[in-house]
Design a protein around this ligand. Structure first.
Ligand SMILES: NC(=O)c1ccc[n+]([C@@H]2O[C@H](COP(=O)([O-])OP(=O)(O)OC[C@H]3O[C@@H](n4cnc5c(N)ncnc54)[C@H](O)[C@@H]3O)[C@@H](O)[C@H]2O)c1
Ligand SMILES: [Zn+2]
Length: 370
């Protein structure tokens, strides 16, 4: 393993992503003046005597985690704790946790004193491979997910894979789904690189995972730099998410996000082949050799209602008012395209073909861990 870092340019302020193989970053942060550590409660529970042993427990703000805590009230709690500690404009906030911690601390940091500096140390595979980049912060408001938000990138992002040792198999598999998606949309070369390390990374080999994380983050960086404020081009990153979100919602979020993305990739392949823009050979290769090793939380036959999937796809933010459904597809030559003219009937036929070909026999629950 080797440590690397790269810069991400942003019109707000450039920031650096560090992929590290040792934990000395923590000592450097502890030694800084005027800093506050905010740590996910589960991460604190698992790592307070290990990776995080250098933090003074008295000084750590332990964050309650759940979608229901990703709300303004928790940010107000953070404002209060920050002020109790005499924070000033030059206080640095250090967030250690997954995407929920990122959103809460990022939102707090972007608003208190009209913006303070912050560092994000992602601890889920989803956040390390994908969510940490992009500079967005979001809160849930009433029943609206991610309704409130700001753009306020952290100054540094520190990726340290040993945090993942305590992650559950389903959370880990979720992150692997997002990695597979990004490496495929990176093109043929990164797809080959993915295949080389996929099996070992699935078995949680840190070296193999680090070899995938770097290109994955660099691919995402390319899209973000080209479309920082998410106005169009960045939509391509939503490959796998169109049908994927639909299945996720229709399963009542029983299937982890990244695994739904894999299902979405297989489905997008079916639609693309039916439209004649993706040869069966490449479609099958992606579905059965690239996606399959990572697709471990398997959807059961007839487990989700197809009408519900399509209903949820209508809420896709890429979709234009009044139009058909939106879809990002891989085409021949590893070209990616966004279409806005997917008909409900086409989507239904795709869902049916997926079910016949890839869904597992019926049983208890919506899905099962292979
Ligand atoms: N701001 C952004 O750009 C952005 C990007 C992607 C996702 N998100 C948001 O992030 C959230 C999802 O984030 P996520 O999937 O990274 O995780 P999460 O923050 O939802 O955490 C998932 C679970 O894993 C636990 N956990 C975290 N790290 C752990 C570790 N190392 N060991 C054991 N348990 C650990 C958490 O306590 C929690 O129970 C959603 O709310 C999503 O909207 C934000
Ligand atoms: Zn995603």
């Amino acid at each position: 393993m080797t440590a690397t870092s790269f810069r991400v340019s942003s019109r707000l302020s450039d920031y650096t992503v560090h992929l590290l193989d040792e934990a000395s970053f923590l000592r450097d942060l502890v030694e800084r003046e005027h800093r506050v550590f905010v740590v996910d409660e589960n991460v604190w529970g698992h790592h307070r005597d290990g990776i995080l042993a250098g933090l003074d427990p008295e000084q750590v703000l332990v964050l309650p985690i759940g979608e229901e805590t990703k709300v303004l009230a928790t940010v107000e709690w953070l404002y209060d704790r920050m002020m109790d500690r005499g924070s000033k404009r030059n206080t640095l906030a250090v967030a250690i946790g997954g995407g929920i911690t990122q959103d809460l601390v990022g939102f707090m940091a972007s608003t208190i004193f009209r913006g303070i500096q912050w560092v994000f140390v992602p601890t889920t595979l989803l956040a390390q491979s994908d969510g940490c980049l992009g500079g967005k912060t979001s809160l849930n408001y009433r029943h609206f997910k991610n309704l409130l938000g700001t753009f306020h990138p952290p100054n540094d992002i520190i990726v340290y894979t040993p945090f993942l040792d305590s992650l559950s198999d389903t959370e880990y598999a979720s992150g692997m789904g997002e990695i597979v998606k990004t490496m495929v949309l990176g093109g043929e070369e990164t797809t080959r690189a993915l295949l080389f390390d996929l099996e070992a990374a699935m078995a949680r080999d840190h070296g193999a995972l680090m070899r995938l994380l770097e290109p994955c983050l660099v691919i995402k960086k390319g899209f973000i730099e080209a479309d920082e404020f998410d106005t169009g081009y960045r939509h391509i990153l939503n490959y796998g998410h169109c049908y994927g979100h639909g299945v996720e919602a229709a399963s009542d979020f029983a299937i982890p996000h990244g695994q739904c993305v894999l299902i979405g990739m297989i489905m997008a392949g079916i639609t693309a082949r039916r439209r004649g823009v993706l040869a069966e050979e490449l479609r099958r290769f992606i579905a059965e050799e690239v996606v399959d090793p990572a697709y471990v939380v398997r959807l059961r036959k007839s487990a989700v209602d197809h009408a519900k999937v399509i209903e949820a796809m209508k809420w896709d933010k890429k979709r234009k008012e009044g139009g058909q459904l939106a879809l990002i597809m891989l085409m021949d030559g590893y070209e990616m395209v966004e279409v806005q003219d997917l008909s409900e009937n086409e989507a239904l036929e795709t869902l049916e073909e997926f079910e016949e070909t890839y869904a597992e026999a019926a049983g208890e629950g919506v899905a099962f861990l292979r």
